[in-house]
Design a protein around this ligand. Structure first.
Ligand code: SF4
Ligand code: SF4
Length: 392
């Protein structure tokens, strides 16, 4: 049977999304491809009930889709339903669920402060992920606290199993072993490594580095994507060369390095704070993408929301004191209350030569809500005061 007579459909880990642009999303690779309307319309016909000839894709587009593994062929019909609900504007692409505020560590820099026995109810998690998917969501991040400490973790994991989203677990790694890892329905696990052994254990407690490293190796060996998150602090500034070798050796797809803001438990440990220049020097080692992204002339977090363990919905985990609403009201309702910040509203960012790359940095870390994020200024070699004086 020739190729054109075979039935064609989007493979299971690929979904169509009608966001600001029509898109197709490969959740295994975490790759979002923008399409024109014609290509998008053609892919909506690839549901396994028509042959390649009947679908009538433009030849070059068809070649790319088959080569990229977005489409697959079969000699028999193999129907697949495609859900294509409307998405809000701006689109909500990334959702962090802080499923619990329980934790097995007491890290000196934790933005949540002391651990608490507060859990997002299972039924609410199920409703939130359903709504997120229906809104065109791409990437679901399960965080905490330590998410594996949610008393109903195995049921949460069962909900994840059938979810057509990229599922990412953010963990300290200490509980990620045996059947918990083997049965985990996540494409990616992000583990926190806050330094080489001395720096990590200073922040997270003795023995925690060995546990995190073992978990990172186990994630890699399980075939899931591994990403690493690191917080810059006074006790790890001299360890970034060593850490880079370690992170690259682990085969991580992404290394996110962040500088602390004086919130949560860090307010009690001012000795851990670093200068913007020190933070920027460390952050230059980072690689891979980030989910706090900006775009279209808007500031950070344009497509991100967080739901906290107490049910509050916010634009990100740092804004829980200015919530958009409660999870019970529905994600769409809360998301519509969001007022994204335009870069043109920021000073001196609006006049900054680096604004396209930087996007105004982290709005929470900027000491003035409309002012510059000095860490990002240092990272981009920008002198914010001078730019400010040049303002008309
Ligand atoms: S480098 Fe500084 S001034 Fe420039 S956009 Fe970023 S935060 Fe704003
Ligand atoms: S305020 Fe900071 S943490 Fe929140 S979305 Fe922006 S960059 Fe991310």
């Amino acid at each position: 049977m020739g190729q054109s007579e075979q039935y064609v459909r989007l493979v299971d880990h690929v979904s169509l999304r009608q966001l600001e642009q029509p898109c197709v999303y490969d959740r295994r690779r975490d790759e979002l491809y923008e399409l024109n309307q014609e290509g998008f319309a053609a892919l909506t016909r690839c549901r396994g009930h028509l042959t390649l000839a009947e679908v009538g894709l433009e030849p070059e587009f068809q070649r790319v889709c088959l080569e990229e593994g977005l489409l697959a062929l079969s000699e028999r019909p193999w129907p697949r339903p495609l859900s294509l609900g409307p998405a809000p504007t701006p689109s909500l692409r990334y959702l962090e669920l802080q499923v619990t505020w329980r934790c097995n560590l007491a890290c000196g820099h934790c933005y949540l402060g002391p651990a608490q026995a507060v859990d997002l109810p299972l039924e609410q998690i199920a409703a939130l992920v359903r709504e997120f998917e229906a809104m065109g969501g791409l990437r679901l991040m399960l965080s905490g606290g330590e998410p594996l400490l949610h008393p109903r973790w195995s049921e949460i994991n069962a909900i994840l199993a059938a979810l057509p989203l990229r599922r990412v677990l953010l963990t300290n790694g200490l509980l990620l072993r045996g059947s918990v890892l083997a049965e985990l329905h996540c494409e990616e696990v992000q583990i926190s490594l806050d330094g080489a052994q001395a720096g990590h254990d200073r922040l997270r407690g003795p023995g925690s580095f060995a546990g995190a490293l073992a978990a990172a190796q186990a994630v890699r060996d399980s075939g899931r994507d591994l990403s690493i998150a690191t917080m810059v602090h006074a006790g790890n500034l001299d360890q970034f060369e060593e850490l880079e070798e370690l992170v690259r050796g682990l085969g991580a797809i992404e290394w996110g390095i962040d500088a602390p803001s004086l919130s949560g438990r860090l307010a009690d440990h001012p000795g851990l704070a670093v200068s913007p220049a020190q933070a920027a020097q460390a952050m230059a080692h980072a690689f891979g993408g980030a989910f706090h992204g900006h775009g279209g002339g808007m500031a950070c977090g344009l497509h991100l929301a967080t739901v906290a363990a107490n049910g509050l919905v916010a634009q990100c985990g740092f804004y829980l004191d200015q919530p958009l609403g409660r999870a019970g009201e529905g994600l769409w309702t809360c998301w519509e209350r969001r007022r994204p910040l335009a870069l043109a509203q920021l000073t001196p960012c609006a006049q900054c030569a680096a604004v396209e790359d930087c996007g105004g940095g982290c709005r929470f870390r900027a000491s003035d809500p409309l002012g510059p994020d000095l860490v990002m200024c240092a990272l981009h070699g920008v002198e914010p005061v001078r730019i400010g004086k040049e303002k008309p």
